[in-house]
Design a protein around this ligand. Structure first.
Ligand code: ZN
Length: 437
């Protein structure tokens, strides 16, 4: 397979940011033959073969793309069948990528259509694998995989902006969605917008415990406070119907006690699993937008999306497009260190707990070091043992103000640079102590 991605230079991308194209104003020099040739020869990768992925794959094949790769690590579940329309009951348990590829291949029945599925993780593939593509489209439902592919594509671009592969990212949540075109190093990247993601809704424990007002408060009371009390050895499993029933009944009793209406089994499941309903038509709208961008990019036919389109069908229809700015201190595409605030009394362990839950950092297993010292490393074991005593030391005894720290996580191909701004009292304030105890 020949790759055109490596030869795609900045000068060939810039015209796409202008406002003309054959679909609105045909420029004299537009080469239709070349456009049609690139459509059939370019290699395109679709990551995710779920609700968005099924739509994207179908659209690309019908649009005329002939060289499509598809990656998904999941197998088909019965709950997918209402919207992931390439799958049938007989396919339950099989690989999404393989079944989707077979379905579209047999339906279109064209020998020139080449769909290559891969049943596995995107992290399994080396960087050379990604270099063969002209465009990559993500139809994913999780942040981690998006961060990984984004960082990988940004790292591939050299200082002359060669090896630039556009990343088209679609996402949906109920009636809302967004599509965006990321030109690594040229536009804002996925990491630049990490702080825009809606964090999981959490409720203050004191409200849950003492003054519930919403049905969700009652469900959280059952889930956060009552489950561990009643089943201290057992982790709640939302896929076991009896356990969900217990949770629902417990929440309902609580709701009755406080005259709160609206606790249902469905809502209980939604709250404990943090489920956002997937809507097939929203997926179709967002997938269509992503595929149009891929088509425009590959054929040079029209200006591409610059660079973020949000769509909401919550109340009527609203859509808005704007160029999301690149962040100077983006840990992936920028260079500056991120400044974070820390209380003077914080220990290293407290600091790690506070920052890893921050939206724009979101790390589950952070390790920290400075240029001269390991502060805390999780691996290897020998270094974990040496550095673990630091966890209970005050952070301001371990790093100097303005000293750069590096934070890494085994799940992410990036390291974040942080600089701490120390504020507040040296000792833990008493009122905080009493609240915590
Ligand atoms: Zn960025």
């Amino acid at each position: 397979m020949t790759s055109t991605a490596a030869t795609r230079s900045l000068s060939s991308i810039l015209p796409l940011l202008k406002d003309v194209g054959p679909y609105n104003e045909v420029p004299d020099e537009y080469d239709f033959l070349q456009a049609s040739k690139s459509l059939t020869t370019s290699a395109i990768l679709v990551i995710g073969a779920g609700g968005l992925g099924c739509e994207i794959l179908k659209n690309l094949a019908l649009t005329g793309f002939r060289n499509i790769h598809l990656i998904d690590m999941d197998t088909i579940d019965i709950s997918n069948l209402n919207r992931q329309f390439l799958f049938r009951p007989n396919d339950i348990g099989k690989s999404k990528a393989e079944v989707a590829a077979n379905f579209v291949r047999s339906r279109i029945n064209d020998d020139t259509l080449n769909i290559v599925p891969y049943f596995g993780k995107i992290q399994d593939k080396p960087i050379e694998y990604y270099q063969q593509f002209d465009v990559i489209i993500c139809g994913l439902d999780n942040v981690e995989a998006r961060r990984w592919i984004n960082a990988t594509l940004v790292s591939m671009v050299d200082s002359d902006l060669n090896n630039l592969i556009p990343l088209i990212d679609g996402g949906t949540e109920g009636f809302r969605g967004q599509s965006r075109v990321i030109l690594p190093r040229l536009t804002s990247c996925y990491e630049c917008t990490l702080d825009m993601i809606n964090p999981k809704v959490t409720y203050p424990v004191c409200t849950i415990a003492n003054t519930p007002r919403l049905p969700e408060h009652c469900i959280e009371w059952a889930s956060v406070l009552q489950w561990p009390k009643n089943f201290p050895q057992k982790k709640f499993d939302a896929d076991v119907p009896e356990q969900v029933d217990w949770m629902y009944k417990t929440a309902l009793q609580r709701a009755d006690e406080f005259n709160i209406e609206g606790v249902t089994r469905q809502l209980t499941l939604g709250v404990v699993k943090n489920i956002i309903p997937a809507i097939a038509s929203t997926n179709a709208i967002i997938a269509a937008s992503c595929c149009n961008e891929a088509f425009k990019f590959v054929t040079n036919s029209n200006p591409i999306l610059n660079n973020y389109m949000m769509y909401s069908g919550d109340y009527s229809i609203f859509t808005y497009t704007y160029p999301h700015a690149q962040k100077l201190n983006c840990p992936v595409c920028g260079n500056a260190a991120k400044v974070v605030e820390a209380q003077n009394w914080w220990t290293l362990s407290k600091f790690m707990e506070e920052i890893s839950s921050k939206q724009e950092i979101s790390m589950t297993q952070p390790s920290l070091s400075t240029s001269s010292n390991y502060l805390y490393l999780r691996h290897p074991k020998s270094l974990e043992e040496i550095t673990s005593p630091n966890l209970n030391k005050k952070l301001n005894t371990l790093v100097k103000p303005a000293e750069e720290m590096i934070i890494t996580d085994p799940n992410l191909p990036i390291s974040l640079k942080l600089v701490v701004n120390f504020v507040g009292p040296e000792d833990e304030p008493n009122d905080i102590k009493s609240v915590l105890s």
